[in-house]
Design a protein around this ligand. Sequence first.
Ligand code: ZN
Length: 182
Amino acid sequence: MIALPGERLGVIEAFEPKGEFIIKDGYIYSTKLSEVKIDKKHKIIEIRPLKKGIANVGDIVVGRVDYVQKPFAFLTIVSALNEGLAADLKGMIYIDQDFEYMPITEGSIVRAKIIGMSAGVLMLSIDGPELGILEAYCNYCGGPLVARGRNSARCIWCGRVLRLKLAPDFKSKALPYRVILE
Ligand SMILES: [Zn+2]
């Protein structure tokens, strides 16, 4: 799992910590964004800082939406602070029930802010003027979308209009013709 800086990882009586960490009041804490490996058999907890990229609460990351299962969207982080990150950093966005529609689609690339961490997963938010979808495809036909204002986009292929939370620099996809893959 991935731990954010300052995350409580275990009790000192239960594990022998290795790597980079601090101990406070009998608990083991990470000091940097780290990969944590727990060896239950030998009671060892290994905390190794991730070399590439940095991610802290408040940072902006870019992720690809792997799937949506209301009220959550599950993402793989593809970039943090413009640096490549170690693989397997996952994030999730809780979609507020105030949205009467799902503001992001599967496969979209979104810019989000880290608001916390839970069970090794970054908790992300797209609530903010600079946040939201950077690239997306139609969730009916997979066609390219063109922005129509800040909160909707139209599919070039099927003509459907989707209500989405677009970032101000959303990239409209405009293909000259439909590509049919066999
Ligand atoms: Zn479509």
